[in-house]
Ligand binder design. Sequence first.
Ligand SMILES: [Zn+2]
Length: 389
Amino acid sequence: MFFRNHRQAPHLSLVFAILAAAIAISSCGQNQPVGVAAGAKLTAGSTKADEQICTLKDGEAKTFKGHNLPTTPTNYRISRDSVGSRIQYHLLLNFKFVDRRSSPDANINASMKARARACIAVAEPFLTGPNDERLLIRLTDGPSEAAELPETEISIVEGQPRDSSAIWRADIECPLMIHEIFHHLGLVDEYAELSATQTTAVDLGESDSAKVATLYDCRSTGPSDSLMAFQSVAFLSVSENNQQIECVCPKLAECSEALSKLKGDPGECPIGSKSKVIYSVSRYETDFSGVQSTVQRGTVDADAEKYRLGKLLEEKTIYRFSRTIAPARTSLLLPAQFRSVIHPGCQPLNELYHKCAANAYRTSVEHGGEGCIKDTPSQCNDQSTDWLR
Ligand SMILES: [Zn+2]
């Protein structure tokens, strides 16, 4: 039985804004983490002893074998070392790609592994913990290494299915692939299933679209820039943004003095002028799209361009410059997600995350489901991101 989750990845407007609307492509898989744990700091209810038991030391490794989802095994090997004072966690996954398309590609396992490695390399600088720990994800290479771990089979299918952790399209874009990989590392979805579509209904064998739209309504949601909510927004949040700015004087007299003092390239608009972002492109769109991101490089919107040109006739553009906006975040992972991945099987240190995550694939009784788990901590339900801290 496959559940196909569906979600929307955002897409960028390049005019006057870094991030505009969301649309997009589906994704998802499901995962309910069983165990997992710990991190840089103790969570409520945990003890120092829990931390000591749960935390790997340099040179240690363990293999976590769980089955947290209806269809998704969470099997990986984790080991720890350090470079200088920086802790590194190495995560090994044993994926096997199987081509289920009508004309199977005999080389699919190798080619999808190559794509996955390329996407992982793009994400790697942004897979860090609260104390700048690194997560280094690797796929098994060769039979002896693969023999250490149960195989995780991922089907490659054609058409436009809703991707899940176990079903990918061959051209799955990197942000979505990274989202799905983290399902295999035990993380759950955090977006509201309100965007369920008829396709999803068909996948689920459910013809009642109202019922589909309330699917998994017990789920605790995360912020839109979470990798497990909207992966493209998450990638945007770690991307620097290159902008071109125009400085406009509504009346030339109002900034003529500043203009007369404008020398060199000050990198800001002179006093009296207004700044307008006329072009904004994220590193996400340029660098990351090289390995097929969801976002297409855009052009300036036609109407916006006309507006801009019209304004140029009335107002005076006195100066143009480029600037780079620093990313909003440094990591794709929120602290609780990171702890969950680095401490598999350790309940005490991930108690809150697990309690909230336990409702991720449940539907309320009033909407035809088996009902939500009651008495979850208030942090799961208050629309905040507390459960992910
Ligand atoms: Zn998902």
